[in-house]
Design a binder for this molecule. Structure first.
Ligand code: S3P
Length: 172
């Protein structure tokens, strides 16, 4: 992406496991801009993991911190911002993102998402008796909201992170 001048912050949105963090990091490097992950910002400020914050302070507290981080970052210089999977659901977040940035949906199918999240225990929303079914429910409920993203890139399971990053650069 040599010569590409970023005018708006690129906000990666999509389900847990869609690749927001890995692709965001790679994209920022290719664009020569800062990379920020809203979950990591929240964890650093709270000095606790997302799981601990959910358990200790509750999800509404987490969502408020998330909205603060997103609003703050979109006021600063254009960068690449990866959000947590729930961030784009809140109207307040979509409003700031569309006013000052561009939302790129990483659109992966349920099987790929499950394959990526099943081995990890970092997602409090999936700490249920049947996490596979929970992921499916979340996927279905969120699909119409994710569809509001300005840009969309299909997550091909055969693509590497670099190839997915190329796909994002193509739609930007
Ligand atoms: C969430 C996704 C997580 C994290 C939190 C809630 C969600 O981020 O913000 O566990 O509501 O989908 P990732 O999408 O990076 O897993």
């Amino acid at each position: 992406a040599a010569g590409y001048v970023l005018h708006r912050t690129v906000v990666l949105v999509g389900m847990m496991g869609s690749g927001k963090t890995a692709i965001g990091r790679c994209l920022a490097q290719r664009l020569g801009v800062a990379y920020i992950d809203s979950d990591a910002e929240i964890e650093a400020a709270a000095n606790a993991t997302i799981g601990e914050i959910f358990a200790r302070d509750g999800e509404p507290f987490f969502r408020d911190r998330e909205a603060e981080v997103i609003a703050r970052l979109l006021k600063s210089e254009p960068c690449v911002l990866s959000t947590g999977g729930g961030a784009y659901l809140a109207e307040r977040n979509r409003a700031v993102i569309s006013a000052r940035g561009v939302a790129v949906l990483l659109d992966a199918d349920l099987d790929l998402l499950w394959e990526r999240v099943r081995h990890k225990d970092t997602r409090p929303l999936l700490r249920t008796a049947n996490p596979r079914a929970t992921l499916a429910e979340i996927f279905t409920a969120r699909a119409p909201i994710y569809a509001k993203a300005e840009l969309r890139v299909l997550a091909d399971p055969a693509y590497s992170i670099d190839e997915m990053t190329d796909a994002v650069l193509e739609v930007l």
